[in-house]
Write a protein that binds this ligand. Sequence first.
Ligand SMILES: C[S@@+](CC[C@H](N)C(=O)[O-])C[C@H]1O[C@@H](n2cnc3c(N)ncnc32)[C@H](O)[C@@H]1O
Length: 228
Amino acid sequence: MYLPPTDFLPLRTRDGSYTLRSEQLGEQYHSLHGAVKESRHVYIEAGLKQAPGERIDVLEVGLGTGLNALLTWIIAEERGLQVRYVALEPFPVPTGTLRQTDHATNLGMPDRTHAFIEMMAAEPEVEQFVSEAFAFTRSSTSVLDFSAAAEFDLVYFDAFGPAVQPELWTEDVFRRMHCALRPGGSLVTYCAKGSVRRAMIAAGFSVERLKAMWGKREMFRARRPLHP
Ligand SMILES: C[S@@+](CC[C@H](N)C(=O)[O-])C[C@H]1O[C@@H](n2cnc3c(N)ncnc32)[C@H](O)[C@@H]1O
């Protein structure tokens, strides 16, 4: 059974940005090759920038330190998008630890630190209109209990890896994600494991292998087909 970590050790990754490492889990929140590089490559380039239209509903599985959310907020403003972002996180990272990872400063926007921390610390299940481009809701719901019907255009599937939380990489969970996406919508993840791909296909997705960043050969983008 998964026990959420209580030991959060800030760790500098190869691109200079910070992640958290937990010795209890034997896992970190991002690739050691670069937290920001990974987030940009997997979720922004392969996900957000490929989504059609200017109004995009994003579901994140695993809010963690909020790096994907912060980058999405920044890119939404740069590109004139309107993003509604719902992030699942039953085990939130303490605010003091979020300050130590200091993502806003690492992204060259130290003036955004306060608003970012406020957004992360706000009450769960309440939508916050963070800017004209970005509406954010943190939800305490586990992905194992989550259900939505055709409400999202994009899923950022950023759970801990299958070795740590195998129960999150199953056909049942991917069925929930498939159902939550509108037809034509996509799920992106850093993971490239064969059993995960098979679970996605069994849940109804068509799955592409994409080039990953350093240290990993591939990542997946799974699409809910337009027609069943
Ligand atoms: C790899 S980290 C996410 C990194 C994050 N996206 C970021 O930018 O920092 C995985 C996250 O999934 C969360 N998690 C664990 N069990 C979960 C569950 N059942 N449902 C949703 N999220 C879960 C963990 O608490 C952790 O914060």
